[in-house]
Design a protein around this ligand. Structure first.
Ligand SMILES: Nc1ncnc2c1ncn2[C@@H]1O[C@H](COP(=O)(O)OP(=O)(O)OP(=O)(O)O)[C@@H](O)[C@H]1O
Ligand SMILES: [Mg+2]
Length: 358
């Protein structure tokens, strides 16, 4: 997928702007507060129907307006042109593909697969396991279109089971145990299959940015590996009833990056942690383009805050060779470094919410 034309209406200080990005690297520069992150946020909202920096999505809508709208004309891998649109009035999201309202946000995510690096993205390794589960599932979701239905069935079984546990109503719990075990095991298998493919891609990318040996990436399944999920549920039954939730299952999974048997996040530097996270995200993008011949969209907000000068140059070189569309922001052009060897890029200047190609 490539964004051919992007229209942004009422996102932060951007009132109404339209740009025609290149299919390779798009640079955005401008002073603090000019609206660069707003551009990245608009693209992110179009693909994920949420913001990456505000949990309260209402705060993204321009103060003077009641609705935000982001639309784009995209070119899909099969050569077709698809129109995507997201509208938000502060309460409700309306997502459209080719003027048709869609119910599942996952359809948007398929049509616009994107990854983002921003000043807080080191949290992927530093914060709670739900970030890493989401990360992993994004990869599995784009890798295998059968994953989503099993994942939804698993979530439904989990939520039904948890309600029964809360109300201490055990009459039908076995029914939901069966569903949970069936779909939970499938979800776990999909995750393992994906991680198997992902590992080598990740390690080879990481090698280009860091020289650290004995790096491993591991999936913690979410229950005792020596027993099946059904047995884990049986063992936990009393504990689950006492606390009113299900202790074992793929909803408790985690992804660990380990160096010499120690968790990377416990001892690597902040800069190294960022390089780990960046390599994880780049690896997902690269795998996407290999497996589905689908071009994803890679967003980098605040390029110079994230990386030192040699790593910025390496990353730009890497991105220029990778099959993906890139949007990068920085405060000045010089932050992007030497662009002589970068082909077909476009440069945009952002000022007071206005975007001009230069
Ligand atoms: N809901 C809103 N309505 C109008 N303006 C807003 C809204 N939310 C934020 N802004 C303003 O929009 C401007 C652009 O914000 P943005 O975060 O995109 O700037 P930026 O160019 O990324 O700056 P920096 O270089 O500091 O990261 C800021 O001046 C901010 O105060
Ligand atoms: Mg910013």
């Amino acid at each position: 997928m490539t964004l051919l034309k992007l229209d942004i209406h009422a996102v932060r200080n951007i009132v109404k702007e339209s740009i025609e990005p290149t299919s390779s690297i798009n640079f955005f520069y401008g002073e603090n507060g000019s609206g660069k992150s707003a551009v990245i946020e608009a693209i992110f909202i179009l693909g994920r129907a949420r913001s990456f920096r505000s949990t309260n999505i209402k705060s993204v809508i321009n103060f003077e307006q009641s609705n935000l709208i982001v639309t784009a004309q995209t070119l899909q891998p099969n050569g077709s042109s698809i129109y995507l649109g997201v509208q938000l009035d502060g309460k409700n999201f309306c997502c459209r593909i080719n003027q048709q309202t869609i119910q599942n946000r996952s359809d948007l995510a398929y049509a616009l697969p994107l990854q983002i690096i921003h000043p807080k993205s080191f949290e992927l390794l530093d914060a709670g396991p739900q970030y890493r589960r989401e990360f992993l599932d994004w990869g599995v979701f784009n890798d295998n279109d059968k994953f989503i239905s099993s994942w939804r069935n698993f979530k439904k079984a989990l939520s039904q089971r948890n309600s029964l546990l809360k109300s201490k109503d055990t009459a039908y719990i076995n029914v939901w145990d069966k569903e949970l075990v069936k779909y939970g095991t499938i979800v776990d298998e999909f995750r393992h299959l994906y991680l198997h493919k992902f590992k080598s891609v990740f390690l080879s990318i990481l090698n280009q940015f860091l020289t650290i040996d004995n790096v491993e990436i591991k999936l913690i399944t979410g229950w005792d590996n020596n027993i099946g999920l059904q047995q884990a549920l049986d063992q936990d039954r009393n504990k689950d009833l006492r606390y009113g939730f299900t202790h074992s299952g793929p909803h408790r999974a985690d992804l660990q990056v380990v160096i010499n048997k120690r968790l990377a996040r416990d001892f690597v530097s902040r800069g190294q942690l960022k390089l780990f996270v960046m390599s994880l995200k780049l690896a997902q993008m690269q795998l996407l383009s290999r497996v589905q011949s689908n071009i994803g969209c890679f967003l980098i907000d605040d390029f110079s805050a994230e990386l030192d000068i040699p790593n910025r140059a390496k990353l730009l070189h890497f991105l220029s060779k990778m099959n993906c569309q890139v949007f990068i922001t920085a405060t000045t052009i010089s932050d992007f470094g030497d662009l002589q060897n970068i082909n077909n890029y476009k440069m945009f200047h952002v000022e007071h919410g206005n975007i001009k190609q230069v």
